[in-house]
Ligand binder design. Structure first.
Ligand SMILES: [Zn+2]
Ligand SMILES: [Zn+2]
Ligand SMILES: [Zn+2]
Length: 152
C-alpha cells in the first residue's frame, strides 16, 4: 500500500485495519472537502472502488463518526445528515438560517474550554462541532430592501 493519509494513519493507530471501504469513504470525503450526504458518499465510493458495497459504506460512516474522524451534521438542507471532516478534531460553521449558506472558519479558540470540560466531566474529548446561526449580509440587505418596497 502507498503512504497513508493522516486520517488513515489515525485509523490504523486506533487499531483498525485499512479496508477498501474505509480508504474509499475517506477518499470520497477528502476529495470533496467533506459536506456530503451518505447518498453522495455511496455514489462517490462507487466511482473510487466499485467493489465496495453500500452496507460497508454505512458501517464505515458509523465507525469513522465514532472515532471522531468525521461527524454527521443535520443543519444543511433536508433531513439527511451531511458528513463533515474534523481536521485537527474540530469543525466550525456559521449558518444563515434564511438562505442556508454555510461559512467555514478555522480558529475557534476553544482549546482551553475543551480541556476544562474534559477535566470536569471526565469525558475524554476527541473533538467538537461548533455552529453559529444568524442572518448573512446578503439576506439582511434583501430583507431591508423588501421592507422598503412594502412601505413604498
Ligand atoms: Zn443568507
Ligand atoms: Zn463545514
Ligand atoms: Zn474548534
Amino acid at each position: 500500500m502507498t503512504s497513508l493519509t493522516p486520517r488513515l494513519q489515525r485509523l490504523r493507530d486506533a487499531g483498525y485495519r485499512i479496508t477498501h471501504a474505509r480508504a474509499a469513504v475517506l477518499k470520497a470525503l477528502e476529495q470533496a472537502g467533506g459536506h456530503l450526504t451518505s447518498a453522495q458518499i455511496v455514489d462517490a465510493v462507487a466511482v473510487i472502488d466499485p467493489a465496495v458495497g453500500r452496507a460497508s459504506v454505512f458501517r464505515t460512516l458509523d465507525l469513522l463518526s465514532r472515532l471522531s474522524l468525521i461527524r454527521p451534521t443535520y443543519t444543511e438542507g433536508s433531513g439527511a445528515p451531511v458528513f463533515v471532516l474534523l481536521p485537527g478534531g474540530h469543525h466550525h460553521h456559521i449558518i444563515c438560517t434564511h438562505c442556508g449558506r454555510v461559512f467555514e472558519f478555522e480558529n475557534c479558540g476553544l482549546d482551553e474550554l475543551s480541556a476544562r470540560l474534559e477535566a470536569n466531566s471526565g469525558v475524554h474529548i476527541a473533538g467538537h462541532l461548533l455552529e453559529f446561526y444568524g442572518t448573512c449580509a446578503d439576506c439582511t440587505a434583501s430583507s431591508a430592501a423588501s421592507s422598503r418596497e412594502a412601505r413604498a
